[in-house]
Structure formats: structure tokens, C-alpha cells
Design a protein. Sequence first.
Length: 375
Amino acid sequence: MATTKYLLVVGEAGDGKSTLIKNLKLPEEQEPQTGRSMQGVTKTLGIYRARPLEDGTAVVLLDTPGIGDHDVTPMKLIAMIEEVLKAQGFQQETGGGLDGILVTSPTNKPRFGLGGQVVKILVDKGFVGEKKWDSVILVGTKHDRADEEDVASFVEQMVPLFFKENDGKGRYAFTSLQESSKVLESVLSLPNMKVSYEPPAPEEFANAVADTMGMDKDALTKELTVMREAAAKEAEAMKAEVEKLKMQLQAKQSSHNAQIATAAMSAASGMATSALSGYMQYSSTVQQANMADAAARRQEAAQERQAKMMQEAQERQAQRQERLAEQQMEARRAETQQLMLNQQQMRQDATAAASQQTQMMAMAMANSGGGCAVM
């Protein structure tokens, strides 16, 4: 049995994906950005260690950018995911691939957006294996904002539609702003098997996306080809950056070791003339090195605190923006409803006026006819 499960998390921008990860991750992990924005908040693939399952199995989440924002198109996201899944390091680390896929979709808006459609195509065309859908969990986010009708629609309509290629059957779980334990329970029930991925031809992917979303097939084919090349180049650049950082760390460690070695040599030399003098020189040098390291750690801690404060401020701002957006949306709905009522009243008034005019004309004609009869 695997000691760690690796899960890919995919969803549409603003559908609660980052909030889900925030609820599942370990406390010491960096906070994912959350907020309500049409441009999303996650722009790159993120890795988070999550809370272990009840049986002690460790969990690692691979957070993807939200599908449908202005910076990450479906083709770009597909290329990014492909580059990670086919990487040799990823295959070695995971023992052969993913253990499951979490697809987020709001419970209070039971409809399939761009995210759900792209994931269906990704699983159908890229992942291999007869039982691949058994490793997919449809996560109904924002359950705390849904009513009973929304939940029933999600279970009775959304789930069968999403798992249509699997006879309408599949795993699902609900999550809210503060509670996501049901998702871990579903992860615990995943089959003990890896889900491998084989990138299909750009034309095959593009045709599926175009047929589903009514987009140009040739343009999508070209875009996926370009995005795959760009993702490969970005991966190579990241490898080079990692190697550079490794060299810098090694140089720093070597410099630190050299200081200690120099102090030791100086102490040994000093001991020939004065053991006390050599020891003091050695201790002073080591103390200086330790003080430098302590100062660096304090600076890093201060930077982390500052980053956390900025992040908390951003989250509060995002929450304020979310409340403002909801208020504005409610105001627009009320305005639209009032406009419709006004238009309806105007139509009723016009109908009444026309009816009254017709009656008056009929009465006038009747009176006119009566006068002729008298004459």
C-alpha cells in the first residue's frame, strides 16, 4: 500500500478550489491565495502537503490555476499539467503517477462551467485505464451557501452528467468555507492504483474542446502546440534556476565551513604559542559565523511575518470585494426586477387605456346610431 497519495486539484476560477486546499493542507504549509475574482488567484502549479488520512496515509495536493481566467486558457492549463505529469522527477516521486483527481464545482450553482468541461476532456482523452473514472472525485464546493434544492440538483443531475462516460456513477463529496473532512473520507475510498497520463495529439484535444465549447478547431490545435512548447521551455528554465539555487546554497555552506576551518587552523597554530589565545580566536570566529546565521534566520522570519501580514490583508480585501460584489449583484437584480415590473405595469396601463378607448368609441357610435333612429 502506498504511503502517500498524490492528488491533482482542478477547477474553474473562483469556484472555491483554493479554499478547499486551505482547509485540507497542513498548518505549517504556505497559505494558498483565495478570493473572488474573474481572473482567479492561482497562476502556477502549487504543491501542498495535506492532512493525513485516517489510516495514516500522507496526502500531497497539486493545485492547478483556475480554468477560465484571462491568464490561463484551457490549452495553457492542459500544457502545464502535461509537463508536470510526464516529468521524470514526478514519476519517480509519485511511484508512477497520480492517485486521484479532485474536480471542484460550486454546489450552489449546479451547472457545469468551463472547468468541469475541460476536466472531462482531460480525463477522457489523456488519462488511460478502463477504471480511470474511479479515481475522480467531484467536489461540491460552497455547500454552506446551497439550499436543499441546489444539493438535490447536484446529486441527481450534476453527478450523473459529469460521470456520463462511467455509466453516470462516480464519487462526490461536499465542502464548505470551514469544513472539508468529507473530501478526505472520499480520498480514503479511492482505489489503490495509479492513474497514468499519455498526452494525445493536439488535434484530438482541440477537436474535443472545440466540439464541447463551440470554438475554432484549427486555432485550438495551434494554441495547444504553442503552449506545450512554452511549458517545456519554462520547465527547462525552472530546472536551471533550481540548479543555480543549489550551487548558491553549496557555496554558502562551503563559505561557512571554510570560516570554521580557518578558525580551527588558526586556533591550532595559536596553541603552539598560547593555547588560550588560539581558543579565543577560534571561539570568536565561530561565534561570528553563528551570529551571522542567526541574523539571517531572524531576517527570514521577519520576511515571513511580513508576507503573512500582507497575505492576511489581501484576504480581508478579497472578502470585502466579495461582499461588495454580492451587494452590487443583488442591487442589479433588484433594479432589473423593478424595471420588469415597471414595464409590465406600463403594458397593463396601455392595454387598459386601449380597452377604455374602444369602449368610448363603441358608446359614441351607439349614441350616434340612436340619434339617426329618432330622426
